[in-house]
Design a protein around this ligand. Structure first.
Ligand code: DX5
Ligand code: ZN
Length: 216
């Protein structure tokens, strides 16, 4: 079954309550929340107080994607704010294994994201400790970018690497996902589709979520 995680980055920030209601009442599986610090990525999105409010409204798990330097410093605060799944970028962690232990010890599910230039093999020695891996299909920092086709091959490689572990580790893909490129990603082995613009800029977001869910 394909999971769908709408990214609220593309929602109307003046009406986040409506976006939460839409996700709650739709067939979507998780809330995807993008946190940017203006250092690791050249953009700033929103922070902890906003997550706290979203958490109050959300009836589904919050998948929090940290695009920030030194994520370990704020990991406890994100846990307290309501993150159910916490994603850190491999590129920002000098002691990734201990970051993952920290996330787990605070009761969250750990995940690691890799940028388009980072090979999937770099996750080999951490894979079995993860709930999911996130393969970025655009450069992190902005919504509404063009999907990088090369990512499809990375998803296939990652699927094969996970198969060899014998464990159930999900593959999430994020950035530029559309109804047109999603089938190839699912076929390559993606389990979770993150989509911002495709959902929130569509005429009928609930219907778009349903169409993404139907891709299997
Ligand atoms: C990009 C973020 C994505 C983004 C996706 O840095 O991680 O989650 O919001 O937006 P779309 O689907 O518009 O590319
Ligand atoms: Zn994201």
């Amino acid at each position: 079954m394909t999971l769908v995680a709408p990214s609220l980055l593309a929602a109307d920030f003046l009406h986040l309550d409506e976006a939460c209601k839409l996700v709650n009442e739709s067939e979507a599986d998780w809330f995807h929340l993008d946190i940017m610090d203006g250092r690791f990525v050249p953009n700033i999105s929103f922070g902890i107080p906003v997550i706290e409010y979203i958490k109050k409204a959300a009836k589904k798990p919050c998948d929090v994607h940290l695009m920030i330097e030194e994520p370990e410093k704020l990991t406890p605060a994100f846990g307290k704010a309501g993150a159910d799944i916490l994603i850190v970028h491999l590129e920002t962690c000098r002691n990734l294994h201990s970051n993952i232990q920290q996330i787990r010890s605070l009761g969250m599910k750990p995940a690691v994201a890799i940028n388009p230039h980072t090979p999937v093999e770099s996750l080999k020695d951490i894979l079995e400790d993860l709930y999911h891996v996130l393969i970025m299909t655009v450069n992190p920092g902005f919504g509404g970018q063009q999907f990088i086709t090369h990512s499809i091959g990375k998803v296939k490689e990652m699927r094969e690497m996970i198969r060899r572990t014998g464990k159930e580790i999900l593959i999430e893909v994020d950035g530029g996902i559309t109804l047109e490129n999603a089938p190839a990603l699912v076929e390559a082995g993606a389990d979770v589709l993150v989509a911002g613009s495709t959902i929130f800029r569509s005429a009928d977001p609930a219907k778009t979520i349903r169409s993404l869910k139907a891709i299997a």
